[in-house]
Design a protein around this ligand. Sequence first.
Ligand code: SAM
Length: 229
Amino acid sequence: MYASVLALLFPYSICFLCFSFSNSEWKWKLNDLLSLGLHRSWKRMCISWSGAKKGDRALDLCCGSGDLTFLLSQKVGLQGEVRLLAASSELHFLCHLEWIEGDALNLPFPDCYFDAITMGYGLRNLVDRQKALREIFRVLKPGSKVSILDFNKSTSNLVNTAQEWMLDKVVVPVASNYGLSQEYEYLKGSIAEFLTGKELESLVDEIGFSKARHYEIGGGFMGNLMATK
Ligand SMILES: C[S@@+](CC[C@H](N)C(=O)[O-])C[C@H]1O[C@@H](n2cnc3c(N)ncnc32)[C@H](O)[C@@H]1O
């Protein structure tokens, strides 16, 4: 039903969904639909907070379908280089970048190696977030930044209620229509088990980052942690 309502309101988005996509491509298009395209701006903000610039060596962790990686590669340009790391291969493009299958908890890179690191919708799902952040700290050059985009665990009851309503009544039902309910059903529980912005700031502080700032975006539904080594 929600898909039909959205189809009436946003016919072009729905048309886009009607082509034949692979599972991760479906997810990508579904994210466009469910966020009304806003996830693209959040990802641009995430890249901008990473401080990545022309000629940098950058890393995108938990890269998934690679849309953050693609934006990162535009930032560093042809003089720069981008490594992208995920637990399994989901990419169907971006073959000019170096894709590495690996574990974010045990990064296969030397100390002080990267000028900028990004991670989108990855930290919340990792079994040991502190270890992942310690690894990021280790491979970042001093003075460089990590920018981490994810769902926000808000401290506001109003935002939490609205976020839960969106997930229960819109996101999961729409995803179910495309056979992707499992991929979205876990979100509510994983956000509840995630850390608030303040807790994330304290965690990176403890690890040794010199500056940490968590920004609430998307009406408080999303958050972006930025930390400088
Ligand atoms: C929800 S997707 C994020 C996709 C993408 N970054 C985005 O913003 O749309 C989560 C990604 O984390 C990866 N992942 C999960 N556990 C991981 C681990 N321990 N090490 C590296 N990547 C991991 C998965 O393979 C998947 O690519």
